[in-house]
Design a binder for this molecule. Structure first.
Ligand code: ATP
Ligand code: MG
Length: 335
């Protein structure tokens, strides 16, 4: 049977890339109805970079509210905070001893986020993908809907599962080789200020991204300010090559309208950004309005979100605890 797991870090406000690359697919998988869906707010990952302890619980709530506003239904899917279920940390330790240092050091996210002086990065940032493998395998999840940037981490998760199975599994597939679900034109949305960097919560510039909670004026202003080149839009998709910013804006328009890039260019090819940007802003505003409205309604009721997270953690623990118990037995831990 299919089991879906995915998560987002409470490192800032969720943006259009998070939605189009991941959240939208979370909802689609939930609504297919044939799989158990487990959606986590990964606060343990959020402390791998400098963070504000006082702000973290509020950020967890906001992420949960954004999941629900985007269409994750807490009656159908499990929504919870990672640090509330101890299996994540316990399994991560075991996997830290299964994964090889060379595997972790090859991860591009560590290279990017670790900065120039790796000596100063937290050890947690290095083992981030190992914890991520624990998140997934604590539930023996079969599918993980994520954006394109997570592809390498999912490969590491499979490597850890395979190595564990080989070394300790008696030739049995104790852990599944989990499949990433990376799909749609929104799998990699780029920054509005730099077409070669992905849109990120942790980017210092708020103008680099469209947040799910941005109001209409903010969205229009950010798109108006978005970096572009001076050329009009090309007539064909080939014409977008080597034009990262133009390609990204056309891609966002396509993802929001369900059209292909070719269809968008059939409409806007030959026109300048002066015409295209307002059209894109209109589409983005219309698309996000119901999500941001629902988000504001939900975030006002803190007690309700806390109830959902508490219930979710209980349900998650019911699934993870026996898998962890068996893993510890296999490893030979003291009973
Ligand atoms: P941070 O900068 O703190 O890493 P983030 O924006 O990268 O934040 P994450 O919490 O790391 O967000 O990732 C949550 C999910 O959103 C993952 O599935 C990830 O692949 C997806 N995602 C993140 N950024 C993008 C993007 N620009 N385009 C498409 N998907 C994205
Ligand atoms: Mg990220």
């Amino acid at each position: 049977p299919k089991r879906i797991f995915s998560g987002m870090q409470p490192t800032g406000r969720l943006h259009l890339g998070n939605y189009l690359g991941a959240l939208k697919n979370w909802v689609a998988l939930q609504d297919e109805g044939d799989a158990e869906c487990i959606y986590c707010v990964v606060d343990m990952h959020a402390i791998t970079m400098p963070h504000d302890p006082k702000a973290l619980p509020g950020a967890v709530r906001a992420a949960a509210a954004a999941y629900i506003a985007a269409g994750v239904n807490p009656d159908k899917s499990i929504i919870f905070a990672q640090s509330a279920v101890s299996a994540h940390a316990e399994l991560a330790w075991i996997f830290n001893c299964v994964a090889r240092l060379g595997w972790a050091e090859r991860m591009t996210q560590f290279k990017d986020k670790g900065g120039k002086d790796k000596e100063r990065a937290s050890v947690g940032l290095l083992t981030y993908p190992v914890l991520q493998a624990a998140d997934i395998l604590a539930y023996k999840a079969t599918h993980v809907p994520v954006g394109e940037d997570q592809k390498q981490h999912l490969e590491l998760c499979r490597d850890i599962a395979a190595r564990f199975n080989r070394d300790y599994g008696d030739g049995q597939a104790f852990f599944p080789l989990t499949e990433p679900v990376i799909q749609g034109p929104g799998a990699r949305i780029m920054s509005l200020r730099d077409g070669t960097a992905k849109m990120s919560k942790s980017d210092v510039s708020d103008n680099s991204r469209i947040n799910l909670e941005d109001d209409a004026d903010t969205i229009a202003r950010k798109i108006k300010k978005a970096k572009t080149d001076p050329e009009p839009l090309p007539e064909t998709v080939e014409g977008l090559e080597a034009r990262a910013e133009a390609s990204n804006l056309v891609g966002i328009y396509a993802a929001l309208t369900g059209k292909t890039k070719a269809e968008v260019l059939a409409e806007f090819g030959g026109q300048g950004f002066g015409a295209f940007k307002p059209a894109l802003a209109d589409v983005a505003v219309e698309y996000l309005a119901p999500i941001s409205q629902e988000f504001r309604r939900l975030i006002a009721d803190q007690a309700e979100i806390d109830r959902i997270l508490a219930k979710g953690a209980e349900r998650a623990d019911v699934i993870a605890a026996p898998i962890l118990k068996e893993t510890k037995e296999i490893i030979g831990f003291w009973h």
